[in-house]
Design a protein around this ligand. Structure first.
Ligand code: ACO
Length: 330
């Protein structure tokens, strides 16, 4: 990589006001607050209203990140949105975000790597900045998973929520020590069927003859995904630390994808990082896919858990399968 650091200069997040609690699910499907809490760590999640799109959530998170970075929307030269729940199939959600923000000097694109989309988007922004090709990038992870959730399927519906998180990535001073130190990014397309939405894409477009099959929601083999997620998040975390030449003891805060508290606990133990250095907010939001890591990152900032000079390890995992870890010096 070049000597131009890619520095995170602002974070922001947004979640819709409407709360769906575990008790609400007790009235919807055959489940219990106790099952959901002990198996997943989730107590409640936020759900957007109909008519609101992912771009609306993204804009709110983006505005906060820009304000914290001290930038105007017109200062941006690139806007990246990571999501599996775009406003529409065409055009890209980033174009709606660009318009609503008024960021008309920015090129705009979506990045799709399921729940790892933010991590892939952050790595893309870093590459643009380090190459000198762009200077001020807004990266947003946003999800309206409620639009892909089958609220009659107890094995998935209790897991997901809506939200957005954003970061501003700027070119720092040449040779500066702050910024993104490295990435470990991976995918394994042999497992595409473990977590997918079978209907609604180009292979099986929604038609009047198949719409009643109802398979336009997320379907997941939870047990298999669970096992692979733990292994993948551990190995990506170890890889990025090794590549950057840092030890686990150097890490100030660990921000894992918030999919399941048991996954987070297993990863934390296997990495060997102390539990007080792990940021967890899954109880409030459930699994918000692409929004999970940047939403947690912003909450960690707001809670004073990240200070100048801190080394933060972030790791995400999702459908594809895809996963990735990033090390950032703040
Ligand atoms: N309430 C009550 N019982 C339930 C519920 C529920 N909501 N859901 C499933 N059960 C039942 C099952 O039917 C099963 O019953 P049975 O034993 O009679 O067959 C029993 O609970 C155990 O089911 P499991 O699937 O084995 O439960 P598990 O402990 O594996 O938890 C879960 C399921 C929470 C989905 C877990 O497997 C998981 O978190 N997987 C990983 C998900 C993940 O990490 N995704 C990340 C990428 S996806 C993304 O981020 C968008």
């Amino acid at each position: 990589m070049s000597n131009i650091p890619a520095v995170i200069t602002g974070t922001g997040s947004y979640t819709p006001a409407r709360v769906l609690t575990n008790s609400d699910f007790e009235r919807m499907v055959d489940t219990s607050d106790e099952w959901i809490r002990t198996r997943t760590g989730i107590r409640e999640r936020r759900i957007k209203e109909d008519g609101i799109g992912s771009s609306d959530l993204a804009v709110e998170a983006g505005k906060k990140a820009l304000a914290r970075a001290g930038l105007e929307p017109s200062d941006l030269d690139l806007l990246i949105v990571g999501t599996v729940t775009p406003d529409y199939p065409v055009p890209a959600t980033s174009c709606f975000v660009q318009r609503k923000l008024g960021a008309f000097n920015a090129a705009a694109m979506d990045v799709g790597a399921a729940c790892s989309s933010f991590m892939y988007g952050l790595s893309t922004a870093t590459a643009y900045v380090k190459s000198g090709f762009r200077k001020r990038v807004l990266v947003i992870g946003v999800e309206s998973l409620s639009s892909l959730t089958n609220y009659a399927d107890r094995s998935t519906c209790v897991l997901f929520g809506d939200g957005a998180g954003a970061v501003v990535v700027e070119a720092g001073e040449n040779g500066g020590k702050q910024g993104v130190l490295g990435f470990a990014l991976h995918a394994d397309g042999r497992h595409t069927g473990l977590l997918w939405v079978p209907l609604g894409g180009s292979v099986n477009p929604i038609r009047s003859g198949n719409v009643d099959q109802g398979r336009f929601f997320i379907e997941m083999n939870g047990n298999e995904v669970f096992k692979i997620a733990v292994r993948a998040m551990v190995s990506a975390s170890a890889e990025v630390c090794k590549t950057a030449g840092v030890s686990v003891d150097d890490i100030s805060l660990f921000i894992p994808h918030q999919a399941n508290i048991r996954i987070i606990d297993a990863v934390q133990k296997r990495i060997g990082i102390s539990s007080d250095k792990v940021f967890v907010n899954i109880e409030k939001y459930g699994n918000t896919s692409s929004a999970s890591v940047p939403l947690a990152l912003d909450e960690a900032f707001c809670a004073g858990r990240i200070k100048k000079g801190d080394l933060v390890l972030m790791v995400a995992f999702g459908g594809g399968l895809t996963w990735g870890a990033a090390l950032v010096r703040f």
